[in-house]
Design a protein around this ligand. Structure first.
Ligand code: NAP
Ligand code: ZN
Length: 352
């Protein structure tokens, strides 16, 4: 066991601040990683402020961060897939039982024994797992991903959550050329959704509450941009979408989007507002439309997504910040003022 510098929050109303945390000694199957960049996900904010108390109450002190890119510093004797010096990634998952039907199907994110990177029971040290707002982490090699060598690392970090979370449902629902795809909310997940939908060949429409993001949306790959607060702009697209990816982090009217689907069209929720979203039966009955959800992605699919990004030169558009600006970054994220992901340069922790 060793001590590592990190940023933690002591309660739902406390700011994140410098701390020293315990990391386990590297076991035979572990990889020890020096963290270079960690993306800032809205889930980090939900968790720090205990907004998901009804589903996943936060245990304090909490160290968030599940968009981790770093360099391997040590490996256990049995590790074969990684070696010191390799650049690797860790996302939202650090363990699972490897035997349940979900694990057998390469969907460890649905394993009943799945362990999230932070705020999940830690079988090694007790307490809960502590995430990537830290200088180092120790992770079972099966949850450590290979990072393509041609990509900018600050922009790779967000692929480990925002990337896979938008990639996986588009693959599942078969997004491809000839389809009209909507992306609701142009934040961290949304801007990755735009990039992937475009790379898969779809006609891409962004729905935003921030009209000032229009030029960026087009630059990121959208063909059209709709101001979702304007009912006439929404109505012009009624019944035309094959697939809509909803990334919104707060309460909003999903019926307005269900009504934009074609026959058999699907709307997948990946945003995770804490309050229930009312659904109109009629919005689903007409056209046999469906509403579903999706949670990150399995490890094999995450590797597939990273390799796809390497081949297509896809990374997140990031604003790199020192860890000392994390509390201000959270406030900006709440105001939808993030272009389009904060990525923490973890070298800044050395100043603490
Ligand atoms: P984000 O960067 O803050 O983006 C969310 C976007 O939603 C905002 O930029 C804004 O886009 C829009 N928005 C925010 N408040 C809104 C409101 N009241 N009404 C309408 N639109 C609003 O957040 P993120 O990191 O992308 O995460 C989005 C959500 O996904 C969070 O709830 C997060 O916890 C969840 N999440 C889920 C998974 C999963 O596995 N399913 C994984 C990661 C994150 P515009 O300015 O364009 O309107
Ligand atoms: Zn996330």
């Amino acid at each position: 066991m060793y001590q590592a510098r990190a940023y933690s929050a002591a309660s739902a109303t406390s700011p994140l601040k410098s701390d020293s945390i315990k990391r386990r000694a590297t076991t035979d199957t572990d990889v020890q990683i020096e963290i270079l960049f960690c993306g800032v996900c809205h889930s980090d904010l939900h968790t720090v402020r205990d907004e998901w108390a009804a589903f996943m109450p936060t245990v304090y002190p909490v160290v968030p961060g599940h968009e981790i890119v770093g360099r391997v510093t040590a490996v256990g004797a049995a590790v074969t897939g990684h070696k010191p010096g390799d650049v690797v990634g860790v996302g939202c998952l650090v363990d699972s039982d490897h035997t349940c039907p979900a694990c057998q199907a390469d969907m460890e994110q649905f394993c009943p024994e799945g362990v999230f990177t932070y705020n999940a029971p830690d079988k090694h040290l007790g307490g809960v797992t502590l995430g990537g707002y830290s200088e180092s982490i120790v992770v079972d090699e099966r949850f450590v991903l290979r990072v393509p060598t041609n990509l900018d690392l600050a922009g790779v970090a967000p692929l480990l959550c925002a990337g896979i979370t938008s990639y996986s449902p588009m693959r599942h629902w078969g997004v491809k050329s000839g389809m009209k795809v909507g992306v609701v909310g142009l934040g961290g997940l949304g801007h990755m959704g735009v990039k992937f939908a475009r790379a898969f060949g779809a006609h891409v429409v962004v729905f935003t509450t921030s009209p000032a993001k229009k030029e960026d949306a087009l630059r990121l790959g959208a063909h059209e941009v709709v101001n979702s607060r304007k009912s006439d702009e929404m109505a012009a697209h009624a019944g035309t979408f094959n697939f809509i990816l909803d990334t919104v982090s707060a309460q909003h009217d999903i019926n307005a989007y269900l009504n934009l689907l074609t026959m058999d069209g699907n709307l997948t929720l990946i945003g995770a507002p804490n309050e229930p979203l009312p659904v109109s039966a009629f919005a689903l009955l007409f056209g046999r439309r469906s509403l579903s959800g999706s949670l990150i992605g399995g490890i094999a699919e995450t590797q597939e997504m990273l390799d796809f990004c390497g081949e297509h030169d896809i990374t997140a558009d990031v604003e790199v910040i020192p860890i000392q600006q994390i509390n201000e970054a959270y406030e900006r994220m709440l105001k939808s003022d993030v272009k389009y992901r904060f990525s923490i340069d973890m070298a800044s922790l050395k100043n603490e």
